[in-house]
Design a protein around this ligand. Structure first.
Ligand code: SF4
Ligand code: SF4
Length: 486
C-alpha cells in the first residue's frame, strides 16, 4: 500500500524547520525485512540474553563471599566480576574499564560510524523491542497512523491499553533485571514478590521501570536527537574514510518517479518512493546527506535494496560507504577503504596500552595492602631524653577471606625503634606481630623513635614493610620521619 501520510509528514517537518519552536512529529517506522534487520534482531537477542541471564550466573568464591558472577555489593562496598573482586580502594579498575569502553567506541566509530547507536546502544535495543510489540498490537505504519487519528472507540481503547500494559511488563522486567546486578538475584527476586525486599529495592525497581517505559516507549528517537551527548561529538571521530550509511547521490540523482517500461537514461536510480524514509526510526530522509539524527541503523539500506531488486537495478543505492569513496565513485574512479589510519592507530595503541596496564595491575594484585598516614599535629615530638618520635596511623587491608597475622617492620632507618599501640609486648627487634580480620581494614597506631644522638635531622625517608606470616607476601609503603633539624 502506498504511504498515505508521507507527504503530510514531510510538510510538517518543513514547517518546523522554518520555526524556532518544533512540536514533536511522531515517527511511525514501517516494518522492514532484510539482512540488516535480521542482523539487528540477532544483536538484540544476544544483548538481551546477556542482560537478563548474567545475574543468574554463579561463581564460587568460597563460603564467606557472594557466589553471584556479576554483582555490585553496595552495602559492603565491593564489586564482583567473575573472579575479580574490586575494593573501593581499587576503583581505578572501574575507571580503566570505562576508559576502555570509551576508547573502544572511538575506535569503532572512526571505522564504521555510529554502529554503536544503530545496533548496540540500550536505547536502540529497547526501542526496537517496544516497537515490535507496538506493531504486533496496533499493526504497521499506516494502521498505527490511522489508529492515532481515529476517534475513541472500544478497539482503540483496547489496543492502546494492551500496548501500554505490555510495555509496562517489559519495563518492569528490565528494571527488575537491573536490580539483580546490585542484589543477590536468587534472594531478591522472591523477596520482591513476597514484599520482603528493602524499600530501596522497590524504589529503584520503580525508577528503572518508569525510565525504561518513558525512554523506550514514549521518547524513543528524541533520546538520540535531543538527550544523548554522543551524537554531538561523534563527528569528531569521523574522517574521509569512515564508513557510514550513505545515499549514493551520484547514482540516485536526478531522482523521480518511474513507470514500468520507461527509459532509465538521463536520470538517477532513485524512484522517490520514500521507503527509506518510512522505515527510518528517527523519521529522516537519508538522501538529505549526513545528519545528526541518523543513528546508522542501516534499515534504509534494507528498504532501498528491496526497491532496487523489484526494479531489477543493482542493490546498494544506500549502503555503507565513506565520504572519500563517494567522491571517487562519483568521478568514476576505483574506491578504496583505509582501515589503518593515524586516528585508528592512535585509538588502538592507547586501547592496547590501557588494557596491558590493567592486565598487569590484575596479575600483580596483592591480597594485602598497607596505607600509612603521618601525624600532622604535632609532626614530631622531642622526648625528655632528646630522642625524636613520629606517630603514624597504619591501615592494613586484608583482602583474603581468613584472619591473618602479619609481621610489621620498617626498612631504611638503621637505629630507630618501633612500637605499636596495644602490641607493645609483641614488638621485639623492631618487628611487631599484628593481626587483621578477614576481608576488612584494621587500623593501628605506630610510633617510630630516632635516638638522641641521631636526632638532628629534618627528614628521613623509609618504608613500612608488612609481611604475611603464612605466605611471605610483602606489602610496602614509603613514608618519612620528620625531625627538628634545619
Ligand atoms: S537514515 Fe537510515 S541509517 Fe539513518 S537512522 Fe534512518 S534508517 Fe537508520
Ligand atoms: S528507498 Fe531508495 S529508491 Fe526509494 S526513495 Fe529511498 S533512496 Fe530512493
Amino acid at each position: 500500500m502506498a504511504d498515505i501520510y508521507a507527504d503530510q509528514d514531510a510538510l510538517s517537518r518543513k514547517e518546523q524547520q522554518e520555526s524556532l519552536y518544533a512540536d514533536r512529529v511522531k515517527v511511525y517506522p514501517k516494518k522492514i525485512e532484510g539482512p540488516v534487520r535480521r542482523l539487528k534482531w540477532a544483536v538484540v537477542a544476544v544483548l538481551l540474553s546477556i542482560y537478563y541471564l548474567a545475574p543468574w550466573l554463579r561463581w564460587d568464591r568460597g563460603p564467606a563471599a557472594p557466589d553471584q558472577a556479576f554483582l555490585i555489593d553496595m552495602p559492603n562496598r565491593r564489586a564482583y566480576i567473575l573472579w575479580i573482586e574490586i575494593w573501593p580502594q581499587e576503583l581505578y579498575f572501574l575507571v580503566g574499564l570505562l576508559l576502555l569502553g570509551a576508547l573502544g567506541m572511538f575506535f569503532v566509530t572512526s571505522l564504521f560510524g555510529r554502529i554503536w547507536c544503530g545496533y548496540t546502544c540500550p536505547q536502540t535495543v529497547w526501542t526496537d523491542l517496544f516497537m515490535w510489540v507496538e506493531r504486533l498490537i496496533e499493526g504497521d505504519r499506516n494502521q498505527r497512523m490511522r489508529l492515532d487519528k481515529a476517534s475513541t472507540s472500544p478497539t482503540k481503547v483496547w489496543k492502546k491499553t494492551a500496548k501500554h500494559s505490555a510495555w509496562m511488563v517489559m519495563a518492569l522486567l528490565t528494571g527488575g533485571a537491573w536490580i539483580m546486578y546490585f542484589n543477590d538475584a536468587q534472594t531478591v527476586v522472591p523477596a520482591i514478590f513476597t514484599g520482603e525486599a528493602g524499600l530501596q529495592v522497590y524504589f529503584f525497581l520503580g525508577l528503572f521501570t518508569a525510565t525504561t517505559y518513558l525512554l523506550a516507549g514514549w521518547a524513543r528517537e528524541q533520546v538520540c536527537i535531543y538527550m544523548c551527548p554522543w551524537p554531538r561529538f561523534q563527528s569528531a571521530m569521523f574522517d574521509e574514510d569512515t564508513l557510514i550509511v550513505t545515499y549514493r547521490e551520484w547514482r540516485g540523482e536526478p531522482r523521480g518517479k518511474h513507470k514500468k517500461g520507461e527509459s532509465w537514461d538521463n536520470r538517477g536510480d532513485c524512484v522517490d518512493c520514500r521507503h527509506c524514509v518510512a522505515v527510518c526510526p528517527t523519521g529522516i530522509d537519508i538522501r538529505d546527506g549526513v545528519q545528526l539524527e541518523c543513528i546508522g541503523c542501516g534499515l534504509c539500506m534494507d528498504a532501498c535494496n528491496k526497491i532496487m531488486t523489484n526494479l531489477d537495478l543493482p542493490k546498494g543505492l544506500i549502503g555503507y560507504d565513506s565520504p572519500g569513496n563517494q567522491e571517487l565513485r562519483a568521478a568514476g574512479k576505483q574506491p578504496h577503504t583505509h582501515f589503518v589510519r593515524p586516528r585508528t592507530v592512535v585509538y588502538a595503541v592507547v586501547f592496547s596500552l590501557i588494557s596491558a596496564l590493567m592486565l598487569w595491575g590484575l596479575l600483580s594484585r596483592t591480597t594485602v595492602e598497607v596505607n600509612v598516614l603521618h601525624d600532622r599535629n604535632p609532626v614530631f615530638v622531642t622526648l625528655s631524653d632528646n630522642s625524636v618520635r613520629n606517630g603514624y596511623t597504619i591501615r592494613v587491608l586484608n583482602k583474603t577471606r581468613e584472619d591473618k597475622i602479619y609481621k610489621l617492620s620498617f626498612d631504611g632507618l638503621g637505629y630507630a625503634t618501633m612500637s605499636v599501640v596495644g602490641q607493645e609486648d609483641s614488638a621485639s627487634q623492631n618487628v611487631a606481630r599484628i593481626t587483621s580480620v578477614a576481608d576488612s581494614v584494621t587500623t593501628y597506631r605506630v610510633f617510630i623513635t630516632e635516638p638522641p644522638e641521631l636526632a638532628d635531622f629534618s627528614q628521613k625517608a623509609f618504608d613500612f614493610v608488612l609481611t604475611d606470616q603464612a605466605t611471605g607476601e610483602i606489602a610496602r609503603h614509603e613514608t618519612v620521619l620528620r625531625g627538628p633539624g634545619s
